[in-house]
Ligand binder design. Structure first.
Ligand code: URA
Length: 441
């Protein structure tokens, strides 16, 4: 087999066989296929596409390029949740505790943030002592004991994806549904959970800017998961504004804890409920939407989700007192309001720009090696559709450097648009994608 011939085939839109896809993935991972040939191939996929069979073969080949986690040592069916990434998305933190408090094992591998979206591991490290650097053995032991543990992604998980993603990043081949779907699902399948629930974000703070594209990506990922023998489902959720009010590592953990204390923002709760219901039903811990919702609500009302989160923090070396008393989190030195430049209603928020404000303040990474400041970020005061008067705070900026505050303030103001009339209300959850098909709300 020659890479030249396979690039040529894909250039003319010809379907590739499993053997051909394996040849490409294995050859590139071990260094036999050079970057320039792989780049040409990836561009051909972007322009000519891949059908579901090819996309599944590509995913499985990337999954099998490295270590796959065997979760059979965990008692009961496990469920994993993945978000395609957004601003202020702290659902993994609160939802993990809610689902675990329902008795379902949550065995999660998470990553760090890069660019304008935050990572779960960074957020959790704002709790003194907390560590996700645990061995697989310890991870299994903690999930069996507490029903919840989070581990850092190991270097050997889907190494083909790591190498291909780095190449896509510099060859304008990221925004292609078969490539995104196979990239995400190869890592999820290698992580070994029995069921996978996906939160596919759409809007100005997401990869997928339109609901149609988000649904197409979700449908591709759900089909891959099902083809690979996993119960897989997805929700399409709004990322046209930050989720909740908090953006920034420690501020987001505090807001997630607020959800567990029964005082979280409504859009964040709606997102958690939509995902949590799918998580419970996908491992047969509830047989209907209503039963799942009642179970999840009860974990907040009876304090069991909060206790579960505190136990999880303590088991991974963190101080559980942070959960009961959030004043213990390190505070930024300065808190300054961003004042509205206009009267009216908030009609549009360029959400990835809000993520960039947090990055400017030092709360995100420009490169993988960047040090981040866990205490900085923003608390949004006015969201989409809110009435605002000129001079009223749109948000509060938490910072340790006044120059950075000024730069973030300037950028924040440019991200907001105002209208004279109240805009139409917007949904948090747009659609549900499962083996039964796609249902719009
Ligand atoms: N996240 C991934 O892991 N892969 C992609 O291709 C896009 C987002």
């Amino acid at each position: 087999m020659r890479m030249y011939d396979l690039i040529y085939k894909k250039k003319y839109g010809v379907k590739l066989t499993k053997e051909e896809i394996d040849f490409i993935v294995q050859g590139y991972t071990c260094g036999n296929i050079p970057d320039y040939q792989m780049s040409a191939f990836l561009m051909a996929v972007c322009l000519k596409g891949m059908d579901m069979e090819e996309t599944t073969d590509l995913t499985l080949s990337m999954r099998d390029s490295g270590e796959t986690l065997d979760l059979s040592k965990i008692e009961g069916l496990t469920v994993d949740k993945h978000s395609t990434g957004g601003v202020g998305d702290k659902t993994s933190l609160c939802l993990g505790a809610m689902v675990a408090a329902c008795g379902v094992p949550v065995a999660k591998m998470s990553g760090r943030g890069l660019g304008h979206t935050g990572g779960t591991i960074d957020k959790l490290e704002s709790i003194t002592g907390f560590s996700t650097s645990i061995s697989s053995e310890k991870f299994f032991e903690l999930v069996n004991k507490n029903k919840m543990a989070i581990m850092g992604q190991t270097a050997d998980l889907a190494p083909a994806d790591k190498k291909i993603y780095a190449l896509r990043d510099v060859t304008a081949t990221v925004d292609c549904i078969p490539l995104i779907a196979s990239s995400i699902m190869s890592k999820k399948l290698a992580s070994g959970a029995d069921a996978i629930v996906l939160d596919v974000k759409t809007g100005s703070g997401a990869f997928m800017k339109t609901i149609e594209d988000a649904v197409a990506l979700a449908e591709a990922m759900v089909k891959i998961g099902i083809n690979a023998g996993k119960n897989t489902s997805a929700v399409i959720t709004n990322m046209d504004q930050p989720l909740g009010f908090a953006v920034g590592n420690s501020l987001e953990v505090i807001e997630a804890i607020d959800v567990l204390k029964g005082k979280g923002p409504s859009d964040l709760i709606d997102d958690c409920m939509a995902l949590g219901k799918l998580m419970l039903m996908s491992v047969n811990a509830a047989s209907s939407d209503e039963e799942a919702e009642n179970k999840l609500k009860k974990t907040i009302e009876d304090g069991s989700a909060l206790k579960k989160f505190a136990d999880f923090v303590e088991a991974q070396g963190g101080d559980p007192e942070f959960v009961y008393n959030t004043d213990k989190f390190e505070k930024a030195k300065f808190i300054d309001p961003v004042l509205s430049p206009a009267d009216g209603y908030v009609s549009k928020i360029i959400t990835d720009e809000i993520g960039m404000c947090s990055l400017i303040l030092g709360g995100g990474r420009e490169t993988k090696e960047s040090e981040i400041d866990l205490s900085v970020g923003l608390i949004i005061n006015k969201k989409y559709g809110d009435k605002v008067e000129k001079g009223e705070p749109l948000a509060y900026i938490y910072s340790n450097d006044k120059e950075k505050t000024a730069a973030a303030t300037e950028r924040f103001i440019k991200a907001y648009s105002f209208s004279d009339n109240k805009p139409d209300p917007v949904k948090t959850v747009f659609a549900l994608v499962s083996a039964e098909g796609t249902r719009y709300f």
